[in-house]
Design a protein around this ligand. Structure first.
Ligand code: ADP
Length: 349
């Protein structure tokens, strides 16, 4: 039967190439199941202008030549380019967590680095993708600004080796590919294509968690990352004072948008209060009190942690070793938040 069908289909010519569709390799499959013949056509171009008329011709000819059978001719939809284009090395990652903020300067990158350090200390295999095109600061936080990730060919696919930093964390950052003093002048498409490459070509190996340090706000980079990677959850970082402003609300709406639909794991309130070294019992709510707690309650979001303003947090970042990697009491704030992140992730399998 297959041969008979092929013989019939050979009479259909593609008008552009002049070849018959069998010789041209457009017949991707023939199934003959209890009197129903299903022919699958696969064209070279994603939107071949002759596809519909060729399909009709096939149906007519087959119906005419094999009247006893029911005939179905299907056109195989082209796969998304990223699936056919290149192999991705991002396939051995347990959970992907995006860290977002409404505005810059609220401590999103610091929280990302410290969460990563806290998770690594807890025994998880961690990667960080620094996707903050406006100021990729992870290399500085981990003291490896001068690192140059090595490229290698793995089974014919170009792979970029991430930089291994404190706690065995694998770090990949746009910052490795631009000079330290270069202004970040990424334009939308340039940034998104560079990031797409970093997402898929970084040889992450096996990871339990990949944290993505997103740019502040909501934009092209967010949509691009969301479409490239399966993101399991989002964490929003905010100061008490910034939390209720429109940017954070937009961020929440972006993740909750039905077409995006990424579970919001919760908010981390950064710079929640200030405690001077000489008055360790005192808490000064310099940026407002419990703004994130109120916002979270009103929006059905959880507060995953509160981090005070602590000089050593900023100092450690400047020194290239996140405070959560060390043994100071400050690390405890991040370890607590990291535990909540893990718990929330396991509730969203
Ligand atoms: P973002 O990524 O949101 O732009 P950063 O993480 O770069 O913000 O933080 C902005 C500045 O605030 C940095 O200088 C950082 O060291 C400092 N910072 C962040 N969190 C704290 C904190 N809890 N205590 C003290 N300084 C902090």
């Amino acid at each position: 039967m297959q041969q008979q069908i092929l013989d019939i289909l050979q009479r259909v010519i593609h008008p552009e190439s002049g070849e018959n569709i069998v010789a041209a390799g457009f017949v991707a499959g023939i199934a003959d199941d209890a009197g129903t013949i299903t022919v699958t056509l696969r064209f070279r171009k994603p939107r071949d202008p002759f596809a519909a008329s060729i399909r009709r011709q096939c149906e007519q000819l087959l119906a005419q030549e094999i009247p006893s059978a029911e005939v179905k001719v299907e056109i195989e939809q082209p796969q998304k380019p990223q699936q056919t284009e290149k192999k991705s090395f991002a396939d051995k990652i347990g959970k992907v967590i995006a860290v977002a903020s409404g505005k810059g300067g609220v401590g999103k990158s610091t929280v990302t680095a410290n969460l990563a350090a806290a998770l690594a200390r807890s025994g998880y295999r961690i990667g960080i993708l620094d996707a903050d095109i406006y100021g990729p600061s992870q290399p500085k936080m981990f003291g490896c600004e001068d690192a140059a990730p090595e490229a290698r060919s793995i089974d014919g696919t170009d792979a970029i080796i991430p930089v291994t930093v404190a706690g065995g964390i694998k770090l990949m950052s746009l910052g490795f590919f631009v000079g330290r003093d270069d202004a970040m002048l990424w334009r939308g498409p340039m940034a998104t294509s560079a990031l797409r490459q970093l997402v898929h070509q970084t040889l992450w190996g096996e990871l339990d968690f990949l944290l993505i340090d997103l740019p502040p706000g909501t934009g092209d980079v967010h949509l691009s990352i969301i479409s490239e990677l399966r993101i399991d959850g989002a964490v929003i970082v905010s100061t008490p004072q910034q939390v209720a402003v429109a940017d954070v609300i937009r961020g929440v709406a972006m993740f909750r948008n039905p077409s995006v639909n990424i579970p919001l794991l919760g908010i981390i309130e950064n710079m929640a209060w200030f405690t001077p070294a000489e008055l360790p019992q005192n808490r000064y709510y310099i940026f407002g009190r419990e703004g994130a707690v109120k916002f979270a309650a009103e929006n059905g979001i959880e507060v995953l942690g509160q981090i005070p303003v602590i000089e050593s947090v900023a100092q450690s970042s400047d020194d290239g070793c996140p405070v959560a990697a060390g043994d100071s009491p400050t690390a405890e704030y991040y370890l607590t938040a990291a535990r909540r992140v893990v718990e929330k992730c396991s509730q969203n399998p």
